[in-house]
Design a binder for this molecule. Structure first.
Ligand SMILES: [Zn+2]
Length: 388
């Protein structure tokens, strides 16, 4: 169930107490956008619904909005023609699943598309995307009354997990519901205000939060002068090995600098994650990745971003996560090599059914990006690219 309190009223009330300097108007636009993007279904290779939202959002803001042969959505926000080309990039796909087969009784088995963990699979509502619309089902499990021995503590693997869509037979599942092998599946969830705390629960923050931030940045920059051209890419197929969509972006956009928008990995909650693996903290500001498993950022770009954040009074945090890869790594190695960095909106429980973000981190990310784009001159890019 969505919150029943009218959003504008709720924000007006809650922001008095919780949101500090955030204006209700800004937050309202942000929340509408975040809700729209996180509730859209779009696992790797099936990003259409997300792309459609962005096409509608970006068509009045960007020039030459186009879709390349992989399905990436690309566009330009012209500024100073002689200035450098700054790429803002985030991916459209989310971690999901794909129908493997339907058994004789009509239960749907599936494969993973992207990183998942077994314990997030059982007793979940799932949406199967069919040509006739979404088919909702449930990953059923044995009734508690029927457990034997230690069974309640045992792990059930994806191999044995199935979705119950209510069908009585394979024929009914396939003919009545239109299920067939190869159809994409996502978690069936809703966008949820976490009780007026300024924190929100939703699926697919990774990377819809990044796409929403880019959307707000280009919207807010469109009537202002900036000393560069902003080129934008919403990529496909990041969550599967090879970061396939990003691998063709250079060819179309030829950027001079790459700012990749992603999630940061929170470790500020009980259970398992420690600062030894990830350092993100909700409310700590945008994450500047100093290292991840796919990329070491350009050091002069990193230092400059820190300088700008300090100068603009925007909080930030550093992250170093070895079990993490992202699209900027592909661009960094494109052409003759491009200075690139990854910036994250910190998220709890990433790659599970849902995650939690703090809206202040999101708002500060939008602010930071705006500052960066507004200040990124040709001279600055030359100095970053000079390496010494
Ligand atoms: Zn991501």
């Amino acid at each position: 169930m969505r919150t029943v309190v009218p959003r504008t009223l709720f924000l007006a009330l809650s922001c008095l107490v919780l949101c500090g300097s955030l204006s209700a108007q800004t937050t309202d636009r942000s929340l509408t956008l975040l809700e729209k993007l996180t509730t859209a279904h779009g696992p790797s290779g099936f990003e259409g619904p997300v792309r459609a939202i962005l096409q509608a959002e970006w068509s009045d803001v960007l020039s030459d909005l186009r879709v390349d042969g992989m399905g990436n959505l690309l566009g330009d926000l012209p500024g100073r023609e002689s200035g450098p080309r700054i790429l803002l990039m985030a991916h459209m796909d989310e971690v999901g699943f794909m129908v493997r087969f339907v058994d004789e009784s009509g239960f749907v088995y599936f494969n993973p598309v992207g990183g998942y963990y077994n314990q997030s699979l059982l007793t979940q509502r799932m949406s199967i995307m069919t040509p006739r619309g979404l088919v909702v089902g449930y990953t059923g499990f044995k009734s508690g009354h029927a457990f034997q021995g230690n069974e309640r503590n045992e792990l059930v693997t994806l191999r044995d997990t199935f979705i119950d869509i209510g069908a009585r037979s394979q024929q009914e599942a396939m003919e009545r519901f239109g299920i067939r092998p190869g159809l994409p599946i996502t978690y069936h969830t809703q966008f949820q205000d976490l009780n007026g705390t300024g924190r929100y629960l939703a699926k697919a923050w990774d990377d819809r939060a990044g796409l929403a931030a880019i959307t707000e940045v280009i919207e807010q920059l469109q009537d202002r002068t900036h000393p560069n051209t902003v080129v934008v890419a919403a990529t496909v197929q990041e969550e599967i090995s090879g970061r396939r969509g990003a691998s063709v972006v250079y060819e179309s956009l030829k950027p001079d600098i790459v700012l990749n928008l992603e999630i940061g990995i929170a470790s500020d909650f009980p259970l398992k994650t420690s600062r030894k693996e990830a350092q993100g903290k909700l409310g700590g500001g945008p994450s500047i990745f100093v290292f991840d498993g796919s990329m070491i950022p350009n050091q002069k770009l990193l230092e400059w971003i820190v300088e700008v954040a300090n100068d603009a009074g925007i909080p930030y945090q550093f992250e170093s996560v070895s079990g993490y890869g992202e699209d900027a790594a592909v661009l960094q190695r494109s052409g003759r090599g491009i200075p690139a960095i990854n910036l994250g909106i910190t998220t709890r429980y990433a790659h599970g059914q849902s995650g939690v973000i703090d809206i202040e981190d999101y708002t500060n990310m939008v602010k930071l990006l705006k500052e960066l784009v507004s200040r990124l001159t040709q001279e600055r890019v030359d100095s970053i690219r000079a390496f010494d």
